[in-house]
Write a protein that binds this ligand. Structure first.
Ligand code: NAD
Ligand code: ZN
Length: 364
């Protein structure tokens, strides 16, 4: 399976399939990366022991010189400190303007390695090799960044990869919670633009959670294709691309307040998507949107409620600091129905506060 992200001169392919890791060397040759230029593979401490050797072997086989930098697994590595360490490795290895950075891992590795590629010598080649379900989202679209202690993804760039090589075999070793977390972004793509696909996800939730190859291959292809279309129409988020942020305003606040890592990214945005559906009801949309959204997320073993210990004031504060906040009003992506959303620029803070209270009340 292959999808193209259509961005004129910067268009690139997403290859999705089995056995792609051992073809990486060939793909780099086809992409025109010269053998004299060293390649830098960035991976993390969970992924590297499982898959790095295969990637290195494939590159060596073609005659590339390769240096690998393995970061500690986890969001904390998406930092300016680790960024500098990877840059140091790149300089020491003598990467030049024709070199490329290969990101072997999930969204953390992809975002960090992508920002290294975007900034090293003002930009060198970049290849995404996602190994999580969530990374079907993060590896497509060219947003790369590291976190600042005060704000997530605050230092970054738009920088498109040369290609995305998505080897589904790597997903077999993902921990179950990471599977669910990634599926939150998959179903998000259905919720924003593809009603049928959103319901399909609910119907096939068990297969997806069990990593059934056929179901997962289809879901990731649909997810990537929807993301590719949105990015192709609005690369720099001047308008419609913002719909991809469904659930993210509340989700990012949950991540920030809970400390990075308490809820996984997909779990936090699942709660955020439930919140957007509550907001939709408040703004006059059908209550059934909330019920269907919750049933889809629950089927995928995702949380839809906010634990009681989350403080409303802290969450509101975190949202004020979010870059999506402008001139006293808040911007939210609000579902109009399952499979269609609007960008609403004048959401009242009081409504958001009520939604948060409701997210806590519905459960615990
Ligand atoms: P992650 O990269 O931390 O991976 C999750 C965990 O799974 C890590 O512990 C990792 O070591 C482990 N892992 C990865 N692949 C594995 C495998 N095949 N087998 C076993 N373990 C494996 O997190 P993620 O969920 O992939 O990505 C989250 C990050 O992505 C966040 O930082 C988020 O901000 C970012 N993100 C970016 C974009 C974007 O457009 N750039 C979009 C969405 C999310
Ligand atoms: Zn996300």
């Amino acid at each position: 399976r292959s999808i193209t992200v259509d961005l004129g001169e910067r268009s690139y392919p997403i290859h999705i399939g089995s056995g792609l890791l051992r073809k990486i060397g060939e793909r780099c040759r086809e992409a025109g990366i010269p053998l004299r230029s060293p390649l830098l593979v960035v991976s993390d401490s969970e992924v590297a022991p499982r898959y790095l050797a295969e990637v290195e072997a494939s590159l060596h086989e073609q005659g590339y010189s390769v240096v690998s930098h393995v970061i500690p697994a986890g969001e904390a590595s998406k930092s300016l400190t680790v960024y500098e360490e990877v840059i140091t490795t790149a300089i020491q290895a003598g990467l030049d303007r024709s070199s490329a950075v290969l990101a072997l891992g999930g969204g953390v590795v992809g975002d960090l390695a992508g920002f290294v590629a975007a900034s090293y010598m003002r930009g060198i080649g970049f290849i995404q090799i996602p190994t999580t379900i969530l990374a079907h989202d993060s590896s497509v679209g060219g947003k790369v960044a590291v976190n600042h202690p005060l704000a997530k993804n605050m230092v970054g760039a738009f920088y498109q990869p040369m290609m995305v090589l998505y080897d589904l075999d790597t997903l077999s070793t993902l921990p179950p919670r990471q599977v669910s977390s990634g599926l939150a972004e998959v179903v998000k793509h259905g919720l924003i633009l593809d009603r049928e696909f959103a319901y399909w996800c609910r119907e096939h939730a068990e297969d997806l959670l069990a990593l059934d190859a056929e179901a997962l291959g289809y879901a990731l292809e649909r997810g990537c294709a929807i993301k590719a279309v949105v990015v192709g129409n609005d690369e720099r988020e001047q308008g419609q691309r913002a719909i991809l942020n469904l659930g993210h305003t509340i989700g990012h606040a949950i991540e920030a307040v809970g400390g990075y890592g308490k809820f996984l990214h997909g779990e936090a945005i699942a709660i955020g998507m439930a919140g957007s559906a509550l907001l939709a009801a408040k703004l006059g949309r059908d209550q059934a949107i909330y019920e269907d959204t919750v049933s889809m997320l629950s089927a995928l073993s995702l949380p839809v409620r906010l634990p009681a210990e989350y403080n409303e004031d802290e969450l509101m504060d975190a949202m004020m600091h979010d870059k999506k906040f402008k001139e006293g009003k808040m911007t939210f992506i609000v579902p109009d129905s399952i499979g269609a959303v609007s960008i609403v620029n004048d959401v009242q803070q009081s409504d958001v506060r009520e939604v948060i209270a409701q997210l806590k009340k519905e459960g615990s």
